[in-house]
Design a protein around this ligand. Structure first.
Ligand code: KIV
Ligand code: ZN
Length: 387
């Protein structure tokens, strides 16, 4: 099956670790109350994500409350939270009642030298001791090497072996500044795979590659992907849940537990709570993702929607729509009118098409309301003419 084709199911399952409530909340301009976090967690659970990263409880009282409430709310998704490689963070996480913790420390030279100001040996010691501590408390440990993709593979491998021996079950490769290419991600995943740990990937979208890099990771053997709803997150954001879930299934045949038909309502809900609108041209959930305007396209769509759509909009809980414009033809406009239960005579339709094109040339959009108005005007005028 060549890349880019619609694939049959490969049957391989990819676990979805959603970090909307943690990395997503790190988006400038976003802050959730505990009640909002619980509401979003319930939506994520219904959507079918495998793991919910509910927050970073050491950061504030409200954050710890949110993590505690989500952990106690009886969701089917596993509930995790973030902790630095420090015993205090893990203790607070455990006290919030989660069964799983996401421990991280930076592993790149630049972070060790200029941010943490510790040696590589000290970083490994902290990582190992924190993972051991969390494991002894009975927590399932996922470990992230922050800034993995600016860490040499050799150094990253050493960290991976240390945390594996300390009890970590998942090793997460973090492309913290979104700098990796799909080729680089593939090499990192392949280079860590001999550790025997499940591999995860956490991609940022600084170069617009978060989804492509996450797909490259799963193709190289990663079994978990970190995502956020609407791709929100630090700076340019993280791998978008909706784009990854659809692309991984349609292009490569991977399976996830995501209920695709609930994607649109979940993304709309998160957009409402965050106050961040979904861009009109956003893949999958943008207003325009299933809108068709040019005559050639609307004609094709009327014959067979697959001519200009990669998949049915209903798959993700959406509907297609058409808009008249200067590129529209008689065929497309008559289909739109038929949807409004309006049928025009030949000369009436010709006049409406002429007016729509005139609107377009004047930079005006012909909305459904305007199209209806034009149609009624055409009927009235031709009625007068016909007498
Ligand atoms: O981007 C990053 O490195 C993170 C880590 C905490 C995984 O968000
Ligand atoms: Zn991140």
């Amino acid at each position: 099956m060549p890349r880019g084709s619609i694939a049959m199911s490969s049957g391989r399952f990819i676990s979805i670790m959603d970090t909307t409530l943690r990395d997503g909340e790190q988006t400038p301009g976003i802050s959730f109350t505990p009640a909002q976090k619980l509401q979003i967690a319930e939506r994520l659970d219904r959507l079918g994500v495998d793991v919910i990263e509910s927050g970073f409880p050491v950061t504030s009282d409200g954050e710890a409350t949110a993590v505690r409430e989500i952990a106690a709310s009886g969701l089917s998704s596993e509930v995790s939270c973030l902790a630095r490689a420090e015993k205090r963070d893990v203790e607070i996480a455990a006290n919030c009642g989660v069964g799983r913790v996401h421990v991280f420390i930076a592993t790149s030279d630049i972070h060790l030298r200029d941010k943490l100001q510790i040696s590589r040996d000290e970083m490994i010691r902290r990582a190992r001791e924190t993972v051991e501590f969390a494991t002894e408390l009975g927590l399932f440990v996922e470990f992230s090497a922050e800034d993995s993709t600016r860490t040499s593979l050799e150094d990253l491998h050493e960290v991976a072996c240390a945390v594996r021996d300390a009890g970590a079950r998942i090793f997460d490769i973090a492309d913290t500044v979104g700098i990796a290419s799909p080729d680089a991600i593939r090499s990192y995943v392949a280079g860590i795979s001999d550790t025997g740990m499940a591999i995860s990937v956490h991609c940022h979208d600084d170069l617009g590659l978060a989804v492509a890099n996450s797909l490259a990771a799963v193709n190289a053997g990663a079994s978990q992907v970190h995502v956020t709803v609407n791709g929100i997150g630090e700076r340019a954001g993280n791998t978008s849940l909706e784009e990854f879930a659809i692309a991984s299934e349609l292009l490569y045949g991977f399976n996830t537990h995501v209920r695709k038909e609930m994607i649109y309502e979940t993304c709309s809900f998160v957009s409402k709570v965050t106050g961040l609108p979904i861009p009109r041209n956003k893949a999958i959930t943008g207003e325009n993702a299933f809108g068709h305007k040019s005559g050639i396209h609307t004609h094709g769509i009327s014959r067979n929607p697959m001519t200009y759509e990669p998949f049915r909009p209903e798959l993700v809980g959406r509907k297609r729509w058409l808009q008249a414009g200067k590129h529209s033809g008689r065929h497309g406009i008559s289909i739109q009118l038929r949807c409004m239960n309006i049928s025009l005579k030949q000369e009436e339709l010709d006049w409406v098409v002429k007016m729509v094109k005139q609107n377009g040339d004047q930079g005006k959009i012909t909305t459904d309301e305007e199209l209806q108005r034009l149609a009624f005007k055409a009927i009235q005028t031709s009625g007068v003419r016909g007498k």
